[in-house]
Write a protein of this length. Structure first.
Length: 148
């Protein structure tokens, strides 16, 4: 095969430092657009994205020329600088992140899940949501190191 081809979907989740409600409605849509632009520049296609006040969900593809860690770092560093330049001088993302592979057959389910974040978080906290994902994906974790 003369080409290297891939289509890997990722569901990325990370929060604000100490889960502070920094991402207000007044800046949410602009932030989301900015992150879509960041992802596009890396060669990633964004399927869905939603910024909650204290965390973000991104469903995107993984470019075959970049690692997951580098993709997340690019998103976090660039968007953090952008948020600080737009009046949130104390803003920081948490140090870590959660990332899950998504089967092509489940992309629509995850997309719908992300679109329903406002409803979902009416009854489920970010911490409980992430714990549920860890359980679904059989991710071993230590509570002492997940939240910062």
């Amino acid at each position: 095969m003369p080409q290297s081809l891939a289509k890997v979907y990722l569901h990325i989740v990370f929060g604000t430092k100490n889960r502070q409600n920094f991402i207000l409605e007044s800046i949410r849509v602009e932030l989301q657009s900015y992150i879509v632009g960041i992802l596009s520049k890396t060669g990633s296609y964004t399927t869905e994205l939603y910024s909650n006040p204290d965390h973000i969900h991104i469903l995107c593809t993984l470019p075959r020329t970049i690692t997951m860690a580098n993709l997340v770092a690019t998103i976090k560093v660039s968007s953090s600088k952008w948020l600080k330049s737009n009046g949130l001088s104390q803003f920081d993302w948490q140090d870590g992140y959660a990332i899950f592979s998504v089967s092509a057959s489940k992309v629509d389910n995850i997309k719908q899940y992300i679109q329903n974040q406002v409803i979902h978080h009416g009854t489920v906290s970010f911490k409980d949501e992430l714990r549920d994902f860890f359980k679904q994906y059989a991710v071993d974790y230590d509570e002492r190191y997940v939240w910062d």
